[in-house]
Write a new protein. Sequence first.
Length: 253
Amino acid sequence: MTDRMPYILGNWKMNLDIETAMSVAADVADIANDAAADVGVGLAIPYPWIPLIASEHAESNLLIGAQDVSPEESGAFTGDVSAGMLAPWCTFVIIGHSERRSIHGESNALVRAKLAAALAHGMAPVLCVGETQAQRDAGLTMDVVSDQVRSASTHLGGVELRSLLVAYEPVWAIGTGLTAEPTDAQAVAAHIRQVLGTVDIEAAASVPILYGGSVNGDNADAYFACPDVDGALVGGASLSADAFLPIVRAALG
Ligand code: PEP
């Protein structure tokens, strides 16, 4: 990692009942307060728990995030939640997670529209990009990631780029226990930074690029030693504070 602020962001997905969610959030808020000067610590929370957890920890350093957002402002979009509805509670929102891309068929164009909605309401988008196993086997990793990053960023100005975080998450490594080699994560992260640099080279240097895919307390160190990897997006290991804390410790160095 460099002098960019590292971020460790948990993605709870559709997990945790309200009691467990409140309890894990309280423990992670303590971790966030302890790490505040050096590491940004946050949780992407299921929609219904967001206002509860955000209110409870309004005075803490815990960053509150959502896992998705509608590209629309308002209207007849049953089941969707707009950026304006999330913005009073959330400082960040995950956009284009591979589970949204694969299960819900989200295209690069939709991801771009969601990103614009988040930025318009002052939330930091965490843009997820990454290749499937088949794309990796075909040697297409850099092409796929370039397309995803370019599509989401070419229309942005430097100010908007400075609000962005990118998470490189190889699809085959999410929730599988399989992990990218740190050298591969570094190569893709550097490539992402280079693609962002075609938009605004100075802003690109400031964008936190996270690695995601089966990160845990044992493997986090190796990723955080990579110069272009600025933290992690964490799924499974964010569901308990005991599993999450060692990852934050690794980022603290
Ligand atoms: C994720 O959901 O973004 C993720 C990286 O999950 P996991 O850490 O469980 O692989």
